[in-house]
Ligand binder design. Structure first.
Ligand SMILES: *[C@@H]1O[C@H](CO)[C@@H](O)[C@H](O)[C@H]1NC(C)=O
Ligand SMILES: *[C@@H]1O[C@H](CO)[C@@H](O)[C@H](O)[C@H]1NC(C)=O
Ligand SMILES: *[C@@H]1O[C@H](CO)[C@@H](O)[C@H](O)[C@H]1NC(C)=O
Ligand SMILES: *[C@@H]1O[C@H](CO)[C@@H](O)[C@H](O)[C@H]1NC(C)=O
Ligand SMILES: *[C@@H]1O[C@H](CO)[C@@H](O)[C@H](O)[C@H]1NC(C)=O
Length: 431
């Protein structure tokens, strides 16, 4: 409620201010320019807002260059972006802005719940600038992560992140973003191989992680099979995992990187006497579609949309090929220290076919699913992966391993604090 009121207030005072400035400066014509700009983006079509009232009569001088220059000058005085509204704002459109004074809410020394895999500074990463970039939207103001607000939003609720190790990163980020507000005797963490629970007693809330790298059932969920050719996915079977999702208030799913082995996926459905032998080798997007459909059917038939919010985190990009961002002499993401600045950069680590499958399957669902569309914004962040400042088999990389980044640099997982904090900033703004 407080939020809505604040929205209204800010929107009102913004528009009042705008009217004042514009009538004072006799540059009403500028509006045409701006409104034209807005209506060319699809995100502002549904809701009318105070600014739009001025449009029609002043459309003539759109081309007027002088006015455009004036507009730019004015823009730097008045931030005319909208307060974040999930229905209107596209989180994929924006830029990373370096802010030397930005203070992440936690560090890998202050938050006791981070895995070593993602504790890059603790693991010796020399460059710490990657923590100081903020994702700034083109058309909207994405609010900073407000830990108090987050705790209020999840009061009395079970929040569960479900998926692979990238989802585990998002879960740890979310825990770290709020845990510092909670007194020691009011919080507890229970880590399990499959299911982990962070409990906040005085809020009667939990933030949980459930390991299901494909969402559906497979022979490599628990005891991971190294050779992708020996992995078999039961693409029509989700119940074994899904029964643990019942009764949760906020579910956040993902699945992507495990499908991207480059080989065909051994996909099994139905149950036959010959056990696991009856599988079919399918291209990843084909198998993915069947599996996601199985997940979607389960959600549609088991989730009460009046009680449970469902989110889906889109693909987390990998950065295994430095030629994607024109660093021909580079070794994967190793040694990168700056985000890619080319607008709309999209590398080979994000498979558009998978994005299309996700989009088309979810579109047909009965239960509304909110996308956390983090792919584009994460694509830019080639420098924010664990790289060689990580562990393997429970041990920090040795100096020899570090000297062989081609083999050992991790360009899939993200350092924390880091990019997944922005995913959670978007998550909270949608909650
Ligand atoms: C940078 O961060 C500081 C501290 O949070 C904040 O006051 C300032 O507005 C930020 N600057 C930009 C350009 O966002
Ligand atoms: C605590 O939350 C659970 C659901 O997560 C709910 O069933 C229970 O009633 C809540 N207890 C109190 C005291 O609010
Ligand atoms: C959800 O709420 C709406 C409106 O309150 C109601 O019409 C609908 O029957 C409810 N659905 C379920 C599954 O309870
Ligand atoms: C990585 O960066 C360091 C420090 O800038 C430099 O000395 C080294 O040569 C770089 N290594 C490669 C393989 O580019
Ligand atoms: C996510 O955003 C990208 C643009 O960056 C878009 O191409 C894609 O369709 C979006 N995905 C979904 C599922 O909405």
């Amino acid at each position: 409620m407080g939020i809505a009121a604040k929205h209204l207030h800010t929107k009102l005072s913004l528009s009042v201010l705008a009217v004042l400035i514009f009538s004072l400066l006799f540059i009403v014509l500028l509006y045409a320019e701006r409104i034209n700009l807005l209506s060319s983006t699809t995100y502002f079509t549904s809701k009318s807002c105070a600014k739009k009232g001025y449009s029609k009569s002043t459309k003539k001088s759109i081309q007027d260059e002088r006015n455009a220059r004036e507009d730019n000058r004015l823009k730097s005085i008045v931030d005319d972006r909208f307060i974040f509204d999930p229905d209107e704002c596209n989180v994929a459109r924006g830029k990373w802005v370096y802010n030397r004074s930005f203070k992440p809410l936690y560090t890998d020394l202050t938050c006791p719940y981070l895995d070593r895999q993602v504790s890059c500074l603790k693991n010796g990463k020399p460059d710490s600038d990657y923590r100081l970039w903020e994702w700034q939207l083109d058309d909207c103001i994405l609010p900073r992560f407000d830990a108090k607000l987050a705790l209020e939003k999840i009061r009395g609720k079970r929040v569960m992140f479900v998926g692979d190790s990238l989802q585990r990163g998002q879960w740890q980020s979310f825990v770290c973003l709020v845990e510092f507000l909670i007194p020691k005797d009011q919080k507890s963490m229970k880590r399990g191989k499959v299911h982990s629970v962070f409990k906040i007693k005085d809020h009667n809330a939990t933030i949980e992680f459930y390991w299901a790298p494909y969402l559906i059932d497979s022979n490599t969920d628990l005891k991971i099979i190294g050779d992708p050719k020996k992995r078999i996915l039961r693409v029509d079977s989700v119940e074994k995992h899904a029964k643990h999702w019942v009764g949760v208030d906020v579910l956040v799913f993902n699945t992507y990187v495990w499908w991207m082995t480059g080989t065909k996926i051994n996909s099994l459905w139905g149950s036959f006497a010959n056990g696991e032998d009856g599988y079919e080798e399918l291209e990843a997007p084909v198998s993915y579609r069947i599996a996601l459909k199985t997940w979607a059917n389960w959600v549609d038939s088991n989730i009460d949309q009046n009680k449970t919010r469902v989110f889906f985190t889109t693909m987390s990009p990998t950065h295994q090929r430095s030629a994607d961002w024109n660093n021909k002499g580079g070794i994967k993401c190793y040694n990168e220290t700056k985000p890619v600045t080319k607008k709309g950069h999209w590398g080979t680590g994000s498979d558009r076919r998978i994005m299309n499958v996700v989009d088309s399957v979810v579109r047909k669902m009965k239960v509304p699913v909110t996308f956390l569309n983090i792919t584009q914004l994460s694509e830019y962040r080639v420098e924010a992966h664990s790289s060689i400042y990580t562990e393997m088999g429970g041990k920090l990389l040795t100096d020899e391993q570090k000297a062989d980044p081609l083999k050992f640099a991790d360009c899939i997982h993200w350092c924390l604090p880091g990019v997944p904090d922005t995913w959670n900033q978007i998550f909270l703004a949608n909650l």
